[in-house]
Write a protein that binds this ligand. Structure first.
Ligand SMILES: Nc1ncnc2c1ncn2[C@@H]1O[C@H](COP(=O)(O)OP(=O)(O)O)[C@@H](O)[C@H]1O
Ligand SMILES: CC(=O)N[C@@H](CCC(=O)OP(=O)(O)O)C(=O)O
Length: 256
């Protein structure tokens, strides 16, 4: 049994929320992996040096200057701060990009009409090294940077990294994948935290998407969830990190 947790930019960008999340995360028993995004911080940093961030369907167009920014922010600033905070909470965390230990190899996205630049689609996870690290008591902390094994770093969406790591780990463990964000779960009204939909299957998802109840970043997140479930991940939850220490806190469970 292993717990894979992903946190997004809205938690990372808020020091109090991040600290509370890491406290909850540090108390999880057994094997665990943390994946973090940081899109919000990367956008701010890029703008501060005069770059113009551009997203298409939730994916960042990543030219060479933008790649430098995301490597600095994700693999550097955010990853190392999280590792230091987990060490302070007696979790033996090590921070990784996909290049470290060849843990996540990807291929540069080749889209027929859109040039995404240095964006990578995951091709392969080094599951045996990951298993060895976990068995040695390490808590791996992954950022959203991968590599192509030819020396090129690539930017890969953090939700996708969490999903692909979970799929790979499901060959050797029972995996629970949890997407933590600032809201209580998938909501009937995305502005009302009291409207949690406790279970979503593919049919309900398609209906809610057509009604625009589910929109923007939640669409690729749920697409990742259904992909993960159909490729071996046992359980997927979406919600606020409060649920990590209190199972009674309402959240959304994804089923096929
Ligand atoms: N029905 C919904 N319930 C909850 N959030 C939704 C819904 N539809 C769209 N969203 C949006 O999805 C966002 C989460 O996706 P994303 O932007 O990828 O966040 P993160 O990277 O922080 O996990 C929320 O901030 C919210 O604005
Ligand atoms: C290719 C691509 O889009 N990569 C993402 C990686 C970070 C991320 O996913 O961060 P959040 O989870 O905070 O959104 C990006 O640069 O925004």
């Amino acid at each position: 049994m292993i717990t894979v947790i992903k946190i997004g930019g809205n938690i990372i960008d808020n020091p109090t929320e991040l600290e509370q999340f890491l406290t909850d995360f540090s108390k999880i028993e057994g094997y665990k992996v943390l994946v973090h995004g940081g899109g919000k911080s990367a956008t701010k940093m890029a703008q501060s040096i005069g770059l113009v961030p551009q997203m298409i369907e939730g994916r960042r167009i990543t030219d060479a200057p933008m790649l430098d920014v995301v490597v600095m922010i994700y693999a550097g600033q955010i990853n190392k701060h999280i590792v230091a905070q987990l060490q302070a909470k007696d979790n033996n965390a090590i921070g990784f990009s996909g290049a470290d230990g060849n843990l996540i190899q990807s291929t540069k996205r080749n889209h027929p009409t859109i040039d995404y630049g240095f964006v990578g689609d995951v091709k392969q996870v080094n599951t045996s090294l990951l298993k060895t690290l976990l068995e040695a008591g390490i808590v791996p902390v992954f950022c959203a940077i991968t590599h192509d094994k030819n020396g090129q770093l690539l930017n890969t969406n953090a939700d996708t990294i969490a999903s692909e790591l979970s799929i790979a780990l499901s060959e050797v463990f029972d995996v629970t994948l949890t997407y933590c964000f600032e809201k209580q779960g998938v909501l009937q009204d995305s502005e009302d935290d009291n409207s949690v939909i406790t279970e979503i299957n593919k049919t309900l998802y398609n209906k809610l998407k057509a009604e625009k109840v589910i929109h923007s970043g939640m669409i690729p997140k749920l697409d990742n969830c259904f992909n993960s479930l159909s490729r071996g991940v046992q359980k997927i939850k979406i919600g606020h990190h409060k649920m990590l220490q209190n199972p009674d806190v309402l959240h959304t469970t994804i089923t096929l």
